[in-house]
Design a protein around this ligand. Structure first.
Ligand SMILES: Cc1ncc(COP(=O)(O)O)c(C=O)c1O
Length: 414
């Protein structure tokens, strides 16, 4: 007799997403480059995968802080001081480093308080359903990050109504709010920057609508944290001039190169989030060594070193973008250090990724369903601790790869 768990696994394999992934792996066994294992990191941005040393252009440690001596020292010192973990849910007790990390984050961000979660996903899954009840509604951008949409699913299961509005479209946002009336409060949930395209939401328009419609802005600025705005505070203060009527979510795992996510808010709202976020109450916290690293990373963002790191990053992003455009390639994005080169066809997108890998450069080939069908892109993540030679090398390799691809396509067409 087969066990139910075996029959469950067989059933799962027959469902849409699993079949799609298996088909994908069978179709592109040599080029899909997913589920890779990194055997070594360094020096600098080099990594070793499958015995091959390549330059990593798939890393979201945008400022290169993952290798900053001060962060490494902070973690080493902290682990000796606190040990490896906090030991309980924060509802019972937090290490002092947690409170200090939240305080320095608030000083840097310019909010009264922040609350740290173990990831942005857990912030969204915990806070969004915690903020609304049956009398409230949530409206969200159609391209809002998956974790926002998952948080909304939990809220819906608890009886909150929701509607999606067209990407970055204030008129549609207003239409959806009208259609949902009557309600008590509305939550408008958007990304602070859309990482696949690099575009930003029209926050001023959204705020004007929010104020007219009893709504609060919930902005997941994960990709803006550390790299956009003054001292890397992200997109919100820059766009709105204040944090009034907003809840701002930031990432501690990308630009910060540590671990976690946070919500910036008033002190009284922080209290509400602590009481109402299930992921905070029932889950474990960020381990102490990472909290000390967060404190150090924030000090770096506030220091005179930050503009230097940011300037180097900008030089690299500008050079890569210009170089790609000079080759006739279509580059999407611009706001963040993610340079997405449009390829289109799925097989071609994977092929470009594989040819670059063979040439010594790891980039991410992103295809459907992460982007629209036939909308494949090569996603290049630039870090401040890349070198000019690595940027030039990638551009040369990209030029050769596109020539090879073109020759293959014309042979296929002939
Ligand atoms: C907008 C946004 N929110 C949330 C996440 C997930 O963050 P985490 O890895 O901290 O859960 C990402 C990751 O790319 C993101 O871009």
């Amino acid at each position: 007799m087969t066990l139910p768990i075996d029959r469950l696994e067989q059933t799962l394999r027959k469902t849409g997403v699993s079949r799609f992934m298996e088909h994908f792996e069978t179709l592109f066994p040599e080029t899909h480059l997913k589920d890779l294992v990194v055997d070594a990191v360094g020096p600098g941005r080099e990594i070793v995968i499958n015995g091959r040393r390549v330059v990593n252009f798939g890393c979201d440690s945008f400022l290169g802080l993952d290798q900053h001596p001060r962060l490494i020292e902070a973690i080493e010192t902290s682990v000796r001081h606190w040990g490896t973990h906090n030991g309980s849910s924060r509802i019972f007790a937090s290490v002092r480093a947690n409170v200090q990390a939240e305080e320095i984050l608030a000083q840097w961000l310019g909010t009264e308080a922040t609350l740290i979660y173990p990831s942005v996903t857990l912030a969204n899954l915990g806070a969004i359903p915690g903020l609304v009840g049956k009398a409230d509604v949530i409206v969200y951008d159609e391209f809002a990050h998956n974790s926002i949409q998952e948080g909304i699913r939990i809220a819906k299961a608890n009886g909150t109504r929701s509607a999606m509005f067209r990407h970055n479209d204030p008129a549609d946002l207003e239409r959806q709010l009208h259609a949902l009336r009557p309600y008590r409060f509305a939550l408008i949930a958007v990304d602070g920057v859309y990482s696949m395209t690099g575009d930003l939401p029209p926050l001023r328009d959204f705020q004007a609508i929010a104020l007219q419609h009893d709504a609060v802005l919930y902005i997941d600025d994960a990709h803006g944290t550390g790299v956009l705005g003054e001292h890397g505070r992200g997109t919100v203060l820059e766009s709105l001039g204040s944090y009034d009527n907003t809840l701002v979510v930031g990432s501690l795992s990308k630009g910060f190169s540590c671990l976690g996510g946070f919500i910036g808010c008033s002190r009284s709202f922080q209290r509400q989030l602590k009481i109402r976020s299930n992921s905070y109450i029932f889950g474990g916290p960020v381990p102490p060594p990472y909290l000390d690293a967060i404190i150090t990373a924030t000090e770096i963002l506030l220091s005179s070193e930050y503009p230097l790191l940011r300037a180097r990053l900008k030089t690299y992003v500008d050079r890569l973008t210009t170089g790609c455009r000079e080759m006739g390639l279509t580059v999407l994005g611009g706001a963040t250090p993610i340079v997405s080169v449009f390829i289109g066809d799925e097989a071609d997108t994977l092929q470009v990724g594989k040819l670059l890998f063979d040439a010594g450069y790891y980039v991410q080939s992103v295809t459907f369903p992460a982007v629209p069908y036939h909308g494949g892109v090569i996603r290049i993540q630039v870090n401040a601790n890349h070198t000019s030679a690595q940027i030039e090398g990638l551009l040369d390799a990209l030029g050769e790869t596109m020539t090879t691809l073109l020759a293959r396509s014309s042979r296929r067409a002939a």
